[in-house]
Design a binder for this molecule. Sequence first.
Ligand code: NAP
Ligand code: F7E
Length: 323
Amino acid sequence: MKKALITGINGQDGSYLAEFLLDKDYDVHGIIKRNSIPENQTARIQHIYPVIKNNLYHADMCDMSSLLSVVQRVQPDEIYNLAAQSHVRVSFDQPIYTLDAIGRGTLNLLEVVRLTGATSKIYQASSSEMFGNSIDTDGFQRETTPMNPVSPYACAKLLAYNLIKCYRESYGLFAANGILFNHESPRRGTSFVTNKIVIGAVKIKKGLARNLALGNLDSTRDWGHAKDYVKIMWQLLQLDNPGDYVCATGQSHSVRELCDTTFRKLGMDYKEHVFQDPRFLRPAELNDLKGCTKKLAGVIDLNFDYTFDTMIDEMINYWMEKL
Ligand code: NAP
Ligand code: F7E
C-alpha cells in the first residue's frame, strides 16, 4: 500500500485528491493547520473523515519542525504540497504571510526531505498566476512563456516553483511542478469568482438577494474542474522522470461571460443584477489566461470529464439544493 501525504488536505484540491488516492488504495495522510473552530475546517473531508481521521496531523508550512515530525512519522512515498494562502486579492493584504506559507513553506518541506534523506516524490501546486501578463504570440501560455508575476501570491508561487526545480537539479529529488490554471467545483472557496457568481445568482433566483457586487469583469480565465486536475497531480508523480507541466483546458472565458452563462442558465439577465464594486478590484490585474497542454499531452492521456458548461451546471445544482 502506497502512502501519500497531502499538505492542504482540507482545501478544495486536497479533498478531491484524498478521495482519488483512497480509491486507488493509498494510505492517505494529511496536515491540518490549527483553527479555533475545527468543525468548519474539515467540512470538505467530512465524508472521508472516518477513514482518515487517525492520519491527520497538526502542522503549518511556516513551522519546519512540525513538517519534520510528520514526514518522519509517515514516511510517505508521495508528498502533494497543496497548502497555501491561495487567494490572489488577499495576498495584497497579507503579502508577508503569503510568501512565508508558500515560498518559505515549500523550502521548509524540501529541506525536510533533503536532510532526512527521505525518498518521497514531491508534487508542487504551481500556478498559471506565475505568468502574469506574458502571453505567447499565439495567445497561449506554456512552460516556456516568460514568468512575470503581478501579485505577491504569484511571486511566492514563482519562488516555490524555482526551489522545486533547484532541488530536483541539485539533489536529484523527484520533484514535479504542475502549473495548473484555474480549477473550480462546488467545493471552491466561496470568495473565488466562480463560486461567488454561482452562489450570488442562486440567491437572487431564490429571492434571498437582489444584487451581486464584483470587481473586474473583463479579465479572462481558463477554467477547468478540480476533480479532473487532481488526477493529473497523481499522474505527474507516476512518470519515470519529474518535470514541469502546464495543465489547462485551452479555452478561456471572461468573468462577464461567466456571469452571463450562469444567470442565463437560471433564466435571468446578469446586467440587471451585477454591479462593479471597487473593493473587489486588485492593485494589479492578470488580464488573460489560456494554457497550452501540448507538453502534458505528450506524457499522459489527457481526458477531462467536465466541460466549462457541465462544471457550471454542477455548481448551480449544488447551491440550488444547499441554499
Ligand atoms: P484552498 O482551497 O485555498 O486550500 C489551501 C489549503 O492550504 C487549505 O487546506 C488550507 O488550510 C491550507 N493552508 C493554508 N495555509 C497553510 C499553512 N500555513 N500551513 C498549512 N496549511 C495551510 O486551495 P485549492 O484551490 O485547493 O488549491 C490547492 C493548491 O493549488 C494551492 O497551493 C493553490 O495555491 C494552488 N493552485 C490552485 C489553483 C486553483 O485554481 N484552485 C490553481 C493553481 C494553483 P485552511 O483551509 O485550514 O486554511
Ligand atoms: O479571480 C476577477 C478577478 O479570485 C478570477 C486562485 O485559485 O487561480 C485563482 O486565482 C478573476 C480575476 O481567481 C471578482 O479580478 C472579478 O481576474 O477567482 P479568482 P484568480 O485570482 O485567477 C489561480 C490559478 C491560482 O493559483 C489562485 O490560487 O475574477 N474578479 N470580480 C473577481 N475575483 C474575486 N475573487 N472576487 C470578485 O468579486
